[in-house]
Design a protein around this ligand. Sequence first.
Ligand code: GTR
Length: 422
Amino acid sequence: MQSFGCFLLIVLFTSSVVVTAQPKGYLYDESKVAPYELPDPLVCLDGTKVTDSKAWLKKRRPEVLRLFEDEVYGRSPGKPKAMRFEVVEEGEALGGKATRKQVVIHLGKGKKALAVNLLLYLPQKAKGPAPGFLTINFMGNHSVHADPAIRIPTSWVRNGTGVKNNKATADGRGSRASRWAIDAIIERGYAFATVYYGDIDPDFHDGYENGIHPLFPPKDPKKRKPTDWASIAGWAWGLSRCLDYLETDDAVDAKRIAVMGHSRLGKTSLWAGASDERFALVISNNSGCGGAALSRRKFGETVKRINTSFPHWFCDNYKKYNDKEGDCPVDQHMLIALSAPRPIYVASAVGDRWADPNGEFLSALGAEPVYQLFGHKFGATKQPPVDQPVHGRIGYHVRTGKHDVTPYDWKQYLDFADKHLK
Ligand code: GTR
């Protein structure tokens, strides 16, 4: 493994740090990050150095993608034959500013067949097919807006506001609206699409019996291989199926779709963008360990901890790197690099130390050499101060506040999309 330099930065935050509850017994002190070496994204497995974009695309990118499949997220199937789209509802929304469309993506056959619900708001003022944001949510499509016409999921939902015995109810309408700047998105001429992740794969470990895994390809969950896909890959694959639908909808320009997710779903949006090059722009909001943050820093959440708390998120091979991050042939800067040359945005929150904000930044920085092969720049060499975004081909900000998605985050994503998608 080649040395890629060690990024050891001590970041002094001048603004007040909002400290949220962070699990005890983990590293939160930048000065205690042990020196580490990152694998060089530009050195191939046979030791040759990548010096141009052609060699990256032809040789090194497929190699890195395969390493992430085999060692981190698992191998997913391709576009399935057993898939059909059904528009189940359409109407005027948001006080006449948007058209709402609800589409069911039917996947698979038999008693395990899935119905994945996609909610779309289309800007009425659009003069042609609109660019848009495809997002993935935690609590059901009805949680993103109080709009009473949004269908309520019938699949498993985590207990919380408006959810009883893992069943969503109308009480959850709009419960997560603060995370989705739908009015601002429509106002700027973008379509907003969202899918509920539990429709694709319920987020608990059941040995891959439920959700998408038993369907494609149908096989005995007991005979899984260590490289088989797990839940993050399942959710990302579901986002690709949503994009398959968007490609059929004339109101949307499927060549200008940004994929966005928060936290575990930020890990998901990064993997969706890496594994499906049709996504024109990729956004990771507070994705942390197994997302944008460098694993080798072991700052906040670690590989061992995530594999222990969430054994169903990553492929079984990833467990080899519990306490052995340095043995992994990839680190997360190479995940960011897989989106090159497409624009990518990594967002952190200063109070979200569990997700290692500086590690998220350093990962974006570590991907820059790949962007440079295409003549693109990041524009930052060290983590920018709080609330001072950098918008190159790679975008980054660390905002005031905690682990969340806020109107500030969306303002940045919209500005970044205006720059790259319009
Ligand atoms: C935490 C987990 C993080 C992050 C977060 C979330 O418990 O440790 O990696 O994914 O959940 O998704 O909300």
